[in-house]
Each structure stands twice: as C-alpha cells, then as structure tokens.
Ligand binder design. Structure first.
Ligand code: PRT
Ligand code: ZN
Length: 283
C-alpha cells in the first residue's frame, strides 16, 4: 500500500484528485473525509493542508505527496521532487507599492519585506547580496505595505490582479512554481514498485494531455507534402478513402504544433481536419 497526501481543499485539490482518477484509480473522495482507499489500486489518500504535506512525507506518515514547488522549497526538508505535474502554476515574486520608483534589487537594501515564504526570500536576497528585514506573516501579505507593515512583499502571483487591487507592482520573479509529486529520498522495494506503476500511469496521462490525434483527408498526390509538414513522430498512417484518389492521414502531434502548422496543412490540400483528445499515451 502506498499512501499519498493531497491537499484537502484549495487550489491543488481538484487537479490532484482528477489526476489520480485519470490514472484509472477509483477513489471515493466524499466531503469531510480525512482519508480514503482506492478500490482497484494499492493506494491510500490522505487529505491534508498543503503546508503539512512535506513534513508528513518526511516523517513517513505519507509515502508521497502533491504540493506546490513553492511549499516544497520553503520547507526545505530532506524529501525529493519526483515529478512535475503541470498544474497550479504560479510564481513567487517581489512586489512594491506601484508609485515607488524601482531601480533594481538594491531597492530592498535595509527595507522590510513581508512574506509567507521567509526561507526562499532570504536565500534569494542572500544570493544577490541584499540585506533586508523579512517579516513572516501567514496570510493577506498583500495588504502589508498599505498598512505600513512593510516596504514590499514576496508572495504568490498568478493573474496579478491581487497585486493590482492592492496598489502593488511585481518587480522581480524569484521562482516559477507548479504542483510536484514529492517523496522520500529512499523507498522500500515494495513501495517503489507501486510508485513505479503509478508514475507510469501519470506519465501516460501527461503524454495524452500534451498530444492530440489528428485525422485529415487529402488527395493522394498531396500526401508527400502533407507528410513533410506533419512534425516529428513516426510516419503517419495512410488509409485509402472510398473516394478514388483520396486518403485519410492519421498522426499524433502536440497541441502547440497543431496551431503552428494548421494553415500549412490547409495550403497543402488537407481537408476535413479533425483534432481529437488522447486519453492516455504510452511511449
Ligand atoms: O488550506 P491550505 O493551507 O491547504 O491551502 P492554502 O490556502 O495555503 O493554499 P492554496 O489552496 O491557496 O494554494 C495552494 C497552492 O496553489 C500554492 O502553494 C501554490 O503552489 C498554488 N497557487 C497557484 C496559488 C495561486 N496559484 C494563487 N494565485 N497559491 C496562492 N495564490 C494566491 C496568492 O497567495 C495571492 O493571494 O492568490 C493570490 C494571487 O492571485 P492573483 O491571480 O490575483 O495573482
Ligand atoms: Zn497552505
């Protein structure tokens, strides 16, 4: 049995549960539950506050966990980041009142910075040779400059609208963060086997999310040109259509690639282009 700790409720919880379910693992995640067991995979899920997850993994209360890199790095415990998960993306940034002029990091010399991330902030300032006072506060960091508690803040930014409504502007990005799967430095053999199976499933889901199945029709004489436009992968499947002289081409491309090549495909004579999501992809 492998125990995974995920956030009980918040910005990580929905995507964490979705990922587990997309791995084909059946869980009953009723409201208010503290833990649940999967019915078709040796996995137990513990629902916790995100800040506690690295500590629980370190103490072996949970075997693995899902947290933001920001929390993982702030706790700086002896646990490892096993895999980036691609959701709950955000950044940790320094921000100052928008009417203050900013001429680089020297601005912060001898200033007060309010943050819930004192360790990451301190490390960043130290590595840049800036001495500043760090005020650790646990929430509503963005109001600190407005009430005279600090000259600037270091906080999580996503859209930037929280900064804007509090009269602040982002001046430095310290860290780009996304959800990560964390675990201990060393696993038991039996746990490692379950983890390997889980990682195989997660990677198949991730590959599926990043790729699309593309189908298109083309006159046979256009096929070589169309194949030259379709990026990467092995050669596409070419299936004859009922209509004489026409074929259907099937291939796999990443979503970004699709938007880059769509007009080239059309110009080369492709018609009836379908782009279909892939549920899982095993490389
Ligand atoms: O209760 P618990 O302790 O479990 O949850 P929490 O309240 O500490 O965390 P939660 O759910 O807010 O965030 C969990 C994780 O999501 C964070 O550790 C980040 O890795 C990630 N994440 C992604 C964010 C954001 N986006 C985000 N926008 N975490 C926080 N915010 C906050 C930020 O603190 C600020 O107040 O949203 C505000 C900024 O958002 P914008 O869009 O206005 O810029
Ligand atoms: Zn938290």
């Amino acid at each position: 049995m492998l125990r995974i700790a995920i956030q009980k409720s918040g910005r990580l919880s929905e995507e964490s549960i979705k990922l587990i379910k997309e791995c084909g693992i059946k869980i009953n995640n009723g409201k208010g539950k503290l833990k649940s067991a999967a019915s078709n995979f040796p996995l137990q899920i513990l629902y916790l506050r995100d800040d506690d997850i690295p500590g629980y993994v370190y103490d072996n209360v949970a075997d693995i966990g899902i947290v933001g890199e920001n929390v993982y790095l702030e706790k700086s415990l002896d646990v490892q980041a096993i895999l980036k998960l691609g959701f709950s993306k955000c950044r940790l940034s320094l921000a100052i009142p928008k009417d203050k002029s900013y001429n680089g990091l020297d601005f912060f010399k001898g200033k007060n910075i309010a943050t819930s991330y004192p360790n990451i902030t301190r490390k960043y300032l130290d590595s840049n040779g800036i001495e500043a006072d760090i005020h650790e506060i646990s929430g509503s960091v963005e109001i600190a400059p407005g009430i005279g508690l600090a000259d600037g803040i270091c906080d999580i930014v996503s859209s930037g609208s929280t900064l804007l409504t509090n009269g602040l502007r982002e001046v430095e990005t310290i860290l780009k963060s996304e959800a990560v799967l964390i675990g201990p430095m060393i696993f038991d053999k039996s746990k490692q086997e379950i983890l390997d199976n889980l990682l195989f499933r997660i990677k198949s889901v991730q590959q599926g999310r990043n790729n699309k199945y593309i189908l298109l029709n083309a006159p046979n004489d256009k096929i070589p040109e169309i194949i030259s436009i379709l990026p990467g992968m092995k050669s596409p499947t070419v299936v004859p259509l009922a209509m004489e002289g026409w074929s259907s081409l099937h291939s796999v491309i990443t979503e970004d690639q699709f938007w880059d090549i769509i007009s080239n495909l059309k110009n080369a004579g492709a018609e009836g282009i379908l782009v279909v999501p892939i549920e899982k992809m095993i490389m």
